[in-house]
Design a protein around this ligand. Sequence first.
Ligand SMILES: C[S@@+](CC[C@H](N)C(=O)[O-])C[C@H]1O[C@@H](n2cnc3c(N)ncnc32)[C@H](O)[C@@H]1O
Length: 362
Amino acid sequence: MDGKEVLFMSKGDGEHSYAQTSTFTQKVASLAKPTIASTVDSLLEEGFFLCELLNVADLGCALGPSTETFMSTVIESVQKKCAHSNCSMPEFQLYLDDLLGNDFNTLFKSLSNFSQNYESLSCCIMGAPGSFHRRLFPRNCLHLANSSYGVHWLSQVPNLMSEEGFPLNKGRIYISKTNPSVAKEAYLAQFRADFSTFWKCRGEEMVDNGRLVLILNGREDKDSASTDGYFFWEKLGEAIADLVSEGGFVKEDKLDTLNVPYHTASSEEVRSIVDEEGSFEIEYLEIMGIDRTLPDEDPHSRGRKMAKDARSFTGSIISYHLGEGIMDKLYGEKLPIIIGDDLAKGRRKGISLVLVLKKHVP
Ligand SMILES: C[S@@+](CC[C@H](N)C(=O)[O-])C[C@H]1O[C@@H](n2cnc3c(N)ncnc32)[C@H](O)[C@@H]1O
């Protein structure tokens, strides 16, 4: 499965859209505001005050409010710094990137208030459709980039068939505690290749000392022992396995050949790939754990909400592989119970790796 051909977040602005259901990434974007603000400060201190135009990109922006949170944090941080240093505001060129299947129409419609808020500034917003696993911008043009909750998506599913044609990750759709090590190694190898290409491309596009803020879903541990790093995919795999065992809904070979193009990396994996590729240095790395449940919340009502949210970001991949016909049963009946039962046993955290990286001066 080629990730970039198939993947998109639920379109439009209705109840089930990514715009309405992406509360978790919106929370992450909000928590990352101080990091973005201090990154803008460090960038301007590098001498970028003299720039008349700041080129800023949001890579893998989707269509939810997180991109607006990022852009307004950048503009307001620059405003504050310019007021403090008594210098004139630059113009802004904001590029919004995502894959071709992204609902850019809904995204741009939702930004009309944003444009009004900053009417007094010179601020141009442009779509930049295409995969961030290749070059998107000319050389040496970006000053600042952000990528939140996009880079854990792989460009393709790793090859998980044996030479004899047997599925190597039978009965699962991602890695977990009990996977054969060959599956873990294949996922890591694909992530390594994609993540390295990401840095090589950004290294060419960004100016020297430019900054990139990266937030990705990750793991706390080195060896996938904690379930938090792959919670959704494990529960989704179990829900699909239930539909197989109930007969008729999903054929077993469909489950055995379904693997998702996603990797929750550990901070060690991230650090080693960035260092090896060499275009950027890591200035800041934080492992952020956010409780998936609220205090005293009924686990089954949280399970229903999480299953609905999960449909908005996993639905395109699953319906491509298993067909639209099972989607209501899977996300509306099976998954809410499986997640709810798991939450009833204990708390679960969503793990985010938050990094600030600086482009090396050669
Ligand atoms: C979970 S959404 C996150 C959206 C937004 N940044 C946020 O924080 O809510 C991940 C986005 O990354 C995009 N994405 C995944 N792989 C990509 C790639 N290779 N190039 C560009 N965008 C990609 C997906 O299409 C999706 O819209």
